[in-house]
Design a protein. Structure first.
Length: 468
RNA sequence: GGCGACGUGGCCAAGUAGUAAGGCAAGGGUCUGCAAAACCCUCAUCAUGGGUCCGAAUCCCAUCGUCGCCUCCA
C-alpha cells in the first residue's frame, strides 16, 4: 500500500508522489519569534516532525525547511515596549524555541531560513512581481495585485467577491482593491529597515515564505505545512505570489494541523490561555506531549486538559513497560509461543505502516503499538527469556523511534547506584524468605522513595527506575 | 454575514455503506505474604428529524450545536 495524504487544496486524500523520485521538498511555516512558544506551537512542530520522520522511514530523502519570521510588527512592538533591540529579542526567542524543540526530540530542520537574512531574495522576488505588473508601488509600499490571479482563493475556498462583502477588511482607499496585500512596507521612524528600490522598509509576512521557498527548495515543492489558521490569508497569498511568478503549481500537497484548544477555545496569545512548552515540560517528559499529539488525528482540534494529559501519561508508562527485561528466572516459552510473539510483532509493524500510510493515522497506529505491547507483556509474564523477547522488543523500538519517542524516562540516576540497589534487593529476598514482611516492606518503600520500583514474583524480584 | 471543519460511551479516539478498533477512568477477577506491575472479563448503536438503499455512524436534505478563518497567530 502506498502513502495517501489529505490535501487541503482538494479537500481529500490523494496518492502521494514526489516531484523528484525518492526526494521530498518539505516546507513548514515556523513561528514568529516574539514570545515564548506554547504547546500549540509544539503540537505543530511535533505533527510535522512525525510526518517527516515517517517519510524518512519510508525511504525518502527529505529536505525539511522551517523558517523563522524574525521581523514583524509584533516583534517591533514588543522590543519598543521593553526597550530591547528587536534583533536581539528575536534571537533570544529563536534560541528558546530551538531549546524547547530539542527537549521534545524534534529533529533539527535541514535549514532554518530567517526573513532578515533573506532580504536579497525577498526583494528580488518583489522586483520581479513588479516587472510582471503583478504588483504596484504606493508611497514606498508595494502591494500584490490580487485580481491578476484568476484562481486566487483556491486553497481557502474564498472568492474575492465574498471577501469584499465581509465588513472586516479594513479599507485603505489608496489601494487599487481592498484585498491587495503588502509585499513591502515602508519604514516608520524607529523601525528596523532595509534599503530597497522602493525606499527603506521591510518585507510583508507572506512574501518572506514565498521567497524562502524559492531560494531553498525551488519553484515547486512537494509538501507545504503549517497550522490551519494560516490557510487564509497567509498560504493563499504565498500561492498567489509564487505562482504569479513561476506560472507553475507551487506546492503539490498542503497539509494543515488542527489547533490546540482549551476549554473549547483555541490556545493563543491573544486569548491569553497559554501553556508554554516550558510549563508543560516542568511536569511531564517530552514523550508525554508526543503521545498526546499522537493519540488524535493531526487535522482535528487537539483538546488540552487534565484528562487527556493523564491519558497520555498512562500511555507513556504503558509503553515504557514494554522495554522491561525478562523476569528473573524466566523458564522460557515453548517454541510455538515464541514464534507467535514474533508473528504478532510483524503484524504490528504491518498494521502500523498501513495506518500511517493512510494520511498518518496515528491514533490507529497507536492502537496497533499497544497491541504489540500487550503481546510482549503477555510473553514476559509467561516466562519468555530475554532472547525470546528480543525480536518483538526490537520491533517495538523501531516503531517508537519512527515516532520520535525516546522512552527513556527522566532518569536522574547513575549506573553507579545499581550494584547497591541489587544488594538491597538481594537482602530483601532473604527477608522475604524468612517472612520478615516488615523489613521487606521497609526496603521496598524506601527504594520507592528513591525512585526504584520493585516487582515481586515467585522466582524473585526485578526492579526498574521509576518513570517520571 | 461569507468560507471551512466537525458533532461516536464519563473522557480521548478509530471507523465513509453490511449491523461500532483501541486507550484512560470505573467495576469484577487472576497473580502476590500484602502491594505494584501485568494479564483476563464487563461497560455505546454513533447530535436530532426526515430521505435514498435489501442494508447507513458511514450517502442526501433539514434542524440544532461546537470550533477555526475572514485582523497577528502553529
Amino acid at each position: 500500500m502506498s502513502l495517501r495524504i489529505y490535501n487541503t487544496l482538494s479537500r481529500q486524500k490523494e496518492e502521494f508522489s514526489t516531484l523528484e523520485p525518492g526526494k521530498v521538498r518539505f516546507y513548514v511555516c515556523g513561528p514568529t519569534v516574539y514570545a515564548t512558544a506554547h504547546i500549540g506551537h509544539a503540537m505543530s512542530a511535533l505533527v510535522f516532525d512525525i510526518i517527516r520522520r515517517y517519510l524518512e522511514y519510508s525511504g525518502y530523502a527529505v529536505n525539511f525547511v522551517m523558517n523563522y519570521t524574525d521581523v514583524d510588527d509584533k516583534i517591533i512592538n514588543k522590543a519598543n515596549q521593553t526597550g530591547q533591540d528587536p534583533f536581539a529579542l528575536a534571537q533570544k526567542y529563536i534560541d528558546d524555541y530551538r531549546a524547547d524543540l530539542d527537549k521534545l526530540n524534534v529533529l533539527p530542520a535541514t535549514s532554518n531560513p530567517r526573513a532578515t537574512r533573506e532580504m536579497e531574495y525577498i526583494q528580488n522576488m518583489i522586483a520581479q512581481l513588479l516587472e510582471h505588473e503583478k504588483a504596484y508601488v504606493l508611497d514606498g509600499d508595494v502591494y500584490y495585485r490580487v485580481n491578476t490571479k484568476p484562481d486566487y482563493g483556491k486553497l481557502s475556498g474564498r472568492k474575492i467577491k465574498d471577501m469584499a462583502a465581509g465588513s472586516r477588511i479594513s479599507l485603505d482607499d489608496r489601494k487599487e482593491s481592498p484585498e491587495d496585500f503588502a509585499l513591502w512596507k515602508s519604514a516608520k521612524p524607529g523601525e528596523p529597515a532595509w534599503e530597497s528600490p522602493w525606499g527603506k522598509g521591510r518585507p510583508g509576512w507572506h512574501i518572506e515564505c514565498s521567497a524562502m521557498n524559492l531560494h531553498h527548495l525551488g519553484e515547486q515543492i512537494d509538501i507545504h505545512g503549517g497550522g490551519n489558521d494560516l490557510i487564509f490569508p497567509h498560504h493563499e497569498n504565498e500561492i498567489a505570489q509564487t505562482e504569479a511568478l513561476t506560472g507553475k503549481e507551487f506546492a503539490r500537497y498542503w497539509m494543515h494541523n488542527g489547533m490546540v484548544t482549551m476549554t473549547g477555545e483555541k490556545m493563543s496569545k491573544s486569548l491569553g490561555n497559554i501553556v508554554t512548552i516550558q510549563d508543560f515540560l516542568k511536569d511531564h517528559p517530552g514523550d508525554v506531549m508526543r503521545l498526546w499529539v499522537l493519540a488524535s488525528n493531526y487535522r482535528a482540534p487537539l483538546v488540552y486538559g487534565d484528562d487527556v494529559i493523564e491519558q497520555a501519561e498512562q500511555n507513556y508508562k504503558r509503553l515504557l513497560g514494554a522495554k522491561k527485561p525478562a523476569l528473573p528466572g524466566a523458564k522460557g516459552l515453548s517454541e510455538a509461543a515464541a514464534f507467535s510473539l514474533l508473528k504478532a510483532a510483524e503484524k504490528a509493524r504491518r498494521s502500523f505502516k498501513e495506518a500511517m500510510d493512510d494520511d498518518f493515522n496515528t491514533p490507529l497506529a497507536l492502537a496497533h503499538v499497544i497491541e504489540l505491547v500487550k503481546s510482549i507483556n503477555q510473553a514476559r509474564s509467561d516466562g519468555a527469556t530475554a532472547t525470546q523477547l528480543e525480536g518483538a522488543q526490537s520491533v517495538f523500538k523501531e516503531l517508537s523511534e519512527v515516532w520520535g519517542l525516546q522512552l527513556e524516562g527522566n532518569i536522574t540516576s547513575s549506573a553507579d547506584a545499581e550494584p547497591f540497589i541489587r544488594l538491597l534487593v538481594e537482602l530483601r529476598q532473604e527477608a522475604r524468605a524468612q517472612k520478615n514482611w516488615a523489613l521487606s516492606d521497609k526496603i521496598r518503600d524506601g527504594l520507592k522513595n528513591l525512585g526504584v520500583l520493585l516487582e515481586d514474583s515467585k522466582e524473585g524480584s526485578s526492579w526498574t527506575w521509576e518513570q517520571k
